[in-house]
Design a protein around this ligand. Structure first.
Ligand SMILES: C[S@@+](CC[C@H](N)C(=O)[O-])C[C@H]1O[C@@H](n2cnc3c(N)ncnc32)[C@H](O)[C@@H]1O
Length: 378
């Protein structure tokens, strides 16, 4: 790697400015340092994320390099012996204090946050077995009792060290890198081939691609987002995945959708505080505020209410957020139900008939995610 690992990580940390997420700064840094190679890139990423995971154990008066070395040491110690750090210390230092007012910050949650995240991939429908054999180092997920294994789940946990973006099958769209909980959102929607779905906050298309795959490329997925940049990435991914049954358009959350049809299903995978991703993205623990949570809850309620107008009678509306705060989960769902009497809670196929589910990182070794569903009266 030439330069030391701690020097690379320190440079990424120095490049951070208010409003810039560590993963974005890391992406920029790695793009400008291509000679690092796959192993070097992974090591620098690990070091930067370890720094934010163990931030409150580090000595700020020390150089960033020394702090990075300290964080990696703490990570290695914790990985070897998780009991070496008491739960009370984790509660006080691993998450901001406001979180306890918004969710049950239990020991299992805190402990999983301090581990490195699992890498999940989604094989194209019917391709999981062959893909696992081709890649090696793959495991099928073990789902907790709370989650009913959906038929067609094609998630694999990858434990290998290869650069998956260069692995055979990636460029030809045989698989996507997609967190297990995100995959469960697609199965919670359970779209049928030939239906029309609207992925209202499609972003770069993680879930839109999955919906299309579950629909066997038949029917139509409207993929919208307010970000033109994200939609252009979605189109690139769709081309690679051989996804043809979609149309994309900008939607900024206005009262009317950018199309006229009513949909069999609408997914609102809303922008959120991302607390459920704090294992993967520990920098966000220290930049997200209680004010953000309140602001985002209002945005979510607005997007959900306006997107609901495009659900046809008898159709389904699915709300998902990768967070676990009460304000953005149950409170948004309760508020929607109170204001939309023509929507009845609808059983989630992955939740044994329940209309809401909270997927917890400690149960799945994946992102935390809240999902709720409703059916519009006929
Ligand atoms: C959780 S992300 C979506 C992730 C995406 N569904 C996926 O699976 O890859 C939320 C998305 O909502 C979009 N967004 C934020 N505010 C919005 C608004 N007012 N109207 C429409 N989209 C919005 C963001 O640009 C972001 O792409």
């Amino acid at each position: 790697m030439g330069e030391t690992l701690e020097n690379h990580a320190a440079r990424v940390l120095q490049s951070l400015r208010p409003g810039v997420a560590a993963d974005a700064a890391l992406r920029d840094y790695l793009a400008g340092n291509r000679s690092l190679g796959a192993v070097g890139r992974r090591s620098v990423s690990r070091a930067v994320f370890a720094y934010f995971r163990w931030l409150n154990w580090l000595e700020p008066a020390q150089s960033l390099q020394k702090q990075v070395v300290g964080a990696l040491g703490l990570q290695a110690r914790f990985d070897r012996d998780p009991a070496c750090i008491k739960t009370a210390a984790l509660a006080a230092r691993a998450v901001p204090s406001w979180l306890a007012g918004e969710m049950d910050v239990c020991a299992a949650f805190l402990r999983v946050l301090q581990r490195e995240p699992a890498l999940w991939i989604r094989a194209k429908a019917g391709a999981a077995r062959d893909l696992a054999a081709a890649l090696g180092s793959c495991e099928e997920p073990v789902l907790p009792d709370l989650v009913q294994a959906p038929s067609g789940l094609s998630a694999l946990r990858y434990r290998g060290t290869a650069d998956l973006h260069r692995a055979p099958g990636f460029q030809s769209g045989l698989f996507e890198i997609q967190d297990l909980s995100s995959q469960l959102v697609g199965h919670a929607c359970a779209p049928e081939p030939g239906e029309t779905w609207w992925d209202a906050c499609a972003g770069e298309g993680g879930k839109a691609l999955h919906l299309s795959d579950l629909m066997l490329n038949k029917g139509l997925v409207w993929a919208t987002d307010r970000s033109v940049r994200r939609l252009s990435l979605l189109r690139k991914r769709a081309a690679r995945a051989g996804m043809f049954n979609y149309r994309s358009a900008v939607w900024t959350g206005a009262a009317s959708a950018p199309f006229r049809v009513k949909c069999d299903g609408v997914l609102v995978d809303a922008p959120c505080s991302g607390v459920g991703t704090w294992q993967r993205n520990p920098h966000a623990r220290w930049t997200t505020t209680q004010g953000d949570v309140a602001e985002l809850a209002a945005v979510q309620a607005g997007l959900l209410g306006r997107a609901a107008a495009s659900v046809k009678p008898g159709g389904r509306l699915v709300y998902s957020v990768c967070t676990l705060t009460r304000s953005e989960t149950a409170a948004v769902a309760d508020g929607f139900e109170a204001a939309h009497r023509d929507f009845e809670p609808a059983a989630l196929p992955i939740a044994a008939g329940q209309p809401r589910i909270a997927l917890l990182p400690q149960d799945l070794d994946a992102n935390g995610m809240f999902i709720a569903a409703w059916r519009r009266a006929r």
